[in-house]
Design a protein around this ligand. Structure first.
Ligand SMILES: N[C@@H](CCC(=O)N[C@@H](CS)C(=O)NCC(=O)O)C(=O)O
Length: 122
């Protein structure tokens, strides 16, 4: 219980630091930005608000200047259940990628960030 509170508190501190030191955003022309956001509409991030690995991943998303839907998998409910049954385990961050009618669930913040960097490089 105490450990959980400390972890949550540290996570929220990291969220605040991340907010203060926001990353520099990739700049695109308006057409390219629209195309990037359309492309990004096929992915979503299952995450916990104060998880350091999720904060790192959200930071990469902000840096890449794309709109990615986030799904709260921490509280019991639809998204947590979806992550467990369709993704295979309740571990975050996890990127849900829709492509050609198929769905891929990508775990590991490092892999997710590499994937996003390659797909949304300006
Ligand atoms: N190596 C993973 C670590 C992710 C991780 O430990 N996430 C925690 C939340 S901060 C989690 O989902 N724990 C639940 C579990 O492992 O079952 C990454 O970089 O994404």
């Amino acid at each position: 219980m105490l450990l959980k509170l400390v972890r949550e508190g540290l996570g929220r501190l990291i969220v605040a630091i991340d907010w203060v030191f926001s990353p520099k955003k990739v700049q695109r022309g308006s057409l390219a930005q629209k195309a990037a956001n359309t492309d990004a509409s096929t992915i979503s991030l299952y995450q916990f608000y104060a998880c350091p690995f999720c904060i790192k991943t959200r930071r990469a998303i902000r840096r890449l200047n794309i709109n990615v839907v986030t799904r709260d998998a921490q509280k019991p409910g639809e998204y947590r259940q979806e992550l467990g049954t369709e993704g295979g385990r309740v571990k975050v961050p996890c990127l849900r990628i829709e492509k050609d009618g198929n769905v891929e669930w990508m775990y590991e913040s490092k892999d997710i960030i590499n994937y996003l960097d390659q797909r949304f490089a300006a």
